[in-house]
Design a binder for this molecule. Structure first.
Ligand SMILES: NC(=O)c1ccc[n+]([C@@H]2O[C@H](COP(=O)([O-])OP(=O)(O)OC[C@H]3O[C@@H](n4cnc5c(N)ncnc54)[C@H](OP(=O)(O)O)[C@@H]3O)[C@@H](O)[C@H]2O)c1
Length: 290
């Protein structure tokens, strides 16, 4: 089956780095189920999200569906990348998800301290035991991907990176091209970009923040978020994962696939978008690939 262009992200469902004691779990489970019912089968989560609680919410939502109809990805904590830790972390994730295997297991952040060979050896064992079907890596530059790859028994399936009209590091470092050439799915995280007032960055969904985006949205009769997503998914081998707790927003992003963004408009957005950052970032500031 072709790898889906659009997947569902789960960061902030259940909390941020810690579980939110006042979280509306039923609403979050319902959002995940809505996404799947609307046709999204790729669900992205991580041990980091809400201290593991997000995986439990994904597990609760997934109960209503056949496991084979879902493509579930999770990520190992960067602080737990020693051989035994990775094995234990994967088991913990599977328990929380109430699943027998992960379709994709990522290194969440590359390590400059733990030998790549050691982490890779644990990933190989997880795959040999059938607990993990595919290997992935997040937030890594080309050399780092190659360094881990040398010790893995199977090629990386996916690279996940901050990529959108503003966050351009993977484009500028040619990582997007590298993934295409090496048959590694490139998965863009934060495709809509959340507001970051401390960095004076507005969400790509906001009307009036970026006149070029307003202009394209008017031309195609689409929303700003749809244009921003289409700019990504129009690229060969590029998929996205986005998060929304609102059915109408989920529908909107799925519907961003149903129109053709003309090559000249793709190029204009690519070249002329007013706010481009050469390195990835979050609320802490610039975060270059590791
Ligand atoms: N590997 C990594 O290191 C890493 C890092 C960050 C994220 N990720 C993954 O990537 C996923 C996506 O990134 P993200 O959640 O940070 O950012 P995102 O998906 O780009 O943006 C999420 C925000 O956009 C809003 N939104 C969604 N659809 C919208 C629409 N149609 N119109 C207007 N607003 C809309 C959501 O609000 P509503 O809920 O109100 O719709 C939410 O506030 C994460 O959930 C996570 O799974 C991975």
């Amino acid at each position: 089956m072709e790898f889906p262009k659009i997947g569902f992200g789960t960061w902030t469902l259940g909390g941020r780095r810690e579980p939110n004691p006042n979280n509306d779990d039923a609403a979050d489970i319902s959002a995940i189920k809505t996404a799947v019912k609307m046709g999204l089968r790729h669900i992205d989560t991580a041990a980091l999200y809400a201290g593991g609680k997000t995986e439990e919410l994904v597990g609760a939502a997934a109960k209503d569906f056949r496991r084979v109809d879902l493509f579930v990805a999770s990520k190992v904590l960067s602080s737990r990348m020693r051989y035994d830790e990775v094995l234990q972390e994967c088991e913990n994730s599977l328990k929380r998800l109430n699943m027998d295997y992960l379709d994709l297991y990522y290194i969440h952040f590359p390590s400059s301290e733990i030998p790549h060979e050691e982490t890779a050896r644990a990933f190989n064992r997880l795959r040999a035991e059938g607990l993990v079907k595919n290997f992935g890596i997040c937030n890594a530059k080309i050399e780092t991907i190659e360094s881990y790859q040398r010790h893995l028994d199977a090629p990386f399936f996916a690279s996940q990176n901050h990529f959108n009209l503003i966050a351009r590091e993977p484009q500028k470092t040619k990582l997007v091209d590298y993934c295409l050439e090496n048959k590694i799915h490139f998965i863009a995280w934060r495709p809509i970009q959340t507001d970051l007032p401390e960095r004076n960055i507005k969400s790509l969904a906001s009307r009036g923040a970026y006149p070029l985006l307003d202009e394209m949205a008017d031309k195609y009769g689409k929303t700003n978020a749809q244009i921003a997503v289409r700019w990504l998914t129009r690229q060969e081998n590029v998929s996205i994962i986005f998060k929304s707790g609102k059915p109408e927003h989920i529908r909107e992003i799925i519907d961003a696939q149903d129109f053709k963004l003309l090559p000249e408009d793709w190029k204009s957005l690519s070249d002329n978008f007013p706010r481009q950052e050469a390195v990835g970032f979050d609320s802490r500031g610039p975060l270059p690939l590791g």
